[in-house]
Write a protein of this length. Structure first.
Ligand code: SF4
Length: 164
C-alpha cells in the first residue's frame, strides 16, 4: 500500500489561515501524491473549533510547541486571549488522523504556531521568528512522525522513495 502523508490544508490551497488566505504550494511531487490518493489533509486549528478569519496567535515568550505540551508555555492571541487548550486539541486531532492513516510523514506549513516545524514567531507579534516548532508539529514528532516544511518537499520525496 502507498504510504500516506499528513498535509496542512492551507498548503493544498484551502483558505483556512487566520486571515482567510491559503498558502498554496505547487510542486510536482505534491501533485503526484494527490493523484495517487496519498494525501491526508487537516487544518488543526479549524478542527479544534476555530473559525476563519480568527485573530493571529503566537506561542508566548519565545517558547515552543514542545514547551506548550510539557512545560506550561501558552498560546496567546493578539487580543490577549489564551487559546492554548484549543491548540493542544488541534494537535491531538492531527495525531489521531495521522495514526488512523498510518502516516509516518507530515508536510506542514512552516511558521505557524500549530504547523511550524523549522521556525515560529516569538510571541511579541512584532514579526520576529526563532527556531522551533508549533504545537501540532511537536506532538507529531513526539510520536515518531517526521515533519517536513513546505521548503523540504524534495527531501520528503527522497525519504519516501527510500522507504517504498
Ligand atoms: Fe494552515 Fe496549519 Fe494554520 Fe491550519 S493550522 S491554517 S493547516 S498552518
Amino acid at each position: 500500500m502507498m504510504e500516506k502523508i499528513l498535509v496542512s490544508a492551507c498548503l493544498l490551497g484551502r483558505p483556512v489561515r487566520y486571515n482567510g488566505s491559503a498558502k498554496h504550494v505547487a510542486h510536482p511531487a505534491l501533485e503526484q501524491w494527490q493523484r495517487e490518493g496519498r494525501i491526508v489533509s487537516i487544518c488543526p486549528e479549524l478542527t479544534a473549533g476555530f473559525s476563519v478569519p480568527r485573530p493571529p496567535a503566537e506561542i508566548a515568550k519565545g517558547r515552543s510547541g514542545e514547551a506548550v505540551l510539557s512545560d506550561g508555555a501558552r498560546v496567546i492571541e493578539v487580543t490577549g486571549a489564551d487559546v492554548t487548550d484549543l491548540y493542544i486539541a488541534g494537535a491531538h486531532a492531527a495525531l489521531d488522523l495521522a495514526r488512523e492513516h498510518d502516516c509516518r510523514f507530515a508536510l506542514l506549513i512552516d511558521g505557524s504556531p500549530s504547523c511550524g516545524s523549522g521556525f515560529i514567531y516569538d510571541g511579541s507579534f512584532g514579526g520576529r521568528t526563532h527556531v522551533g516548532a508549533g504545537v501540532t508539529a511537536a506532538l507529531l514528532r513526539d510520536h515518531g512522525i517526521e515533519v517536513f516544511a513546505e521548503t523540504e518537499i524534495d527531501t520528503l520525496s527522497s525519504r519516501l522513495s527510500r522507504n517504498s
